[in-house]
Write a protein that binds this ligand. Sequence first.
Ligand code: FMN
Length: 425
Amino acid sequence: MTELNISCTGEVFCTGCSSRDCASRDCVSRDCASRDCASRDCASRDCASRDCASRDDTCDRTNTNIKSKAVTIGNTVLPHGLLLAPMAGVTDAAFRAVCRAFGAEYTVTEMISAKALWYHDKKTTVLARIAEEEMPCAVQIFGSEPSVMAYAAKVLSDPDSTPCTRTPAAIDINMGCPMPKIVNNGDGSALMRNPVLAGQIIEAVLGATELPVTVKIRTGWSEQEKNGVEIAKIAAELGVSAITIHGRTRTQMYAPPVDFDSIASVCAAVKTVNCRIPVIGNGSIDSAAAARDMRQKTGCDGVMIARGAYGNPWIFREIAADMDGIPFCPPTPVERLGTALSHLERLLVQKGDYTGIQEGRKHLAWYTKGLPGSASLRAQIMQAQTPDEMRAVLIPFLNACEQTQAAKEQPLTQAFSEQDGDTQA
Ligand SMILES: Cc1cc2nc3c(=O)[nH]c(=O)nc-3n(C[C@H](O)[C@H](O)[C@H](O)COP(=O)(O)O)c2cc1C
């Protein structure tokens, strides 16, 4: 397992770059700590792809003398390398803020159509909004025309005009979405079938922004077309600041298994290009044990959690505690319901009553899964039409939980799991 992390701010180095290129020459003294490098170049352009990787062949990430849990993306340090995945229709501003509060160290917006930004589509600009409490938050774009993707990156990065309302931590390029309406336009994971175009898009986006640029890819289009390594190397050579690899092909969509070997190959390949580009492993991480497994089997630097965070924003704290070797106390039903209610209130503020209720239902169903009586509770959640009706369903349930000593004092798994038989998603 490779736990070594390379931070351009000087905390941790791989042997090669710290002794020669990185620490002594350009990186730390000139680029890295001061100028561009912290924002993009160190993990990407000059320092890494030129000095560290190609010239200095001793840049050895398998040196495990120095261990670090941190991951650096641009100038953002993620203490445990824990990222919340972008999920359209799920990881909106409200959910991102909740996950940040419970230990997500980096978030990404839902995917945003570059073309829609081009056409100044109002709904799309709303999707791009980022609140301070979600930061660091990257904005993810999708599309397949280099000039349009570059336009989107430029607009999103411009402090005076960005619809994000604040400068995002990075621009992330979506090369993983498998949905027919996306791939049929040549966007998302369809780009993996066209490495030349994929490279042109990355180059165009890098040229349009000073922000770090990252990519999210799959292992390939299909079992027969597994070219994650090829795409990752192109991205690394062009100078991206991080690569997330979802360990499934497009054909698999979201079905098991997660291909750890392909993720490991991508990690190894990226390190041969640039030892400072973090590779983030993604796929079916729903517990600390699963995160450990991902890191150990692939050597990835950080982990990205998607469906594992459904109704369970505490997963980030659970993983961090495991990495730090300290106990983790799972949320009690009361804490779970309290968080569900505050999540709902955020949604109502951000999206208004109608959309807040519509979109809140699935989150509330996830939060309450496994609680005693949750099956009938969920039926009522699905029927509630207004904020008051929803509160009238949830608050008495919360009060009943509060009165149950076991619910207050014991974590969900001990108090109720055997009674209900309902398990977490
Ligand atoms: C409902 C849903 C929406 C998603 N939307 C996006 C998206 O907008 N951008 C993206 O790069 N990936 C998206 N994904 C993929 C996830 O980020 C992640 O790669 C995938 O779910 C695998 O992780 P998991 O097995 O832990 O869920 C989405 C996944 C789901 C389930």
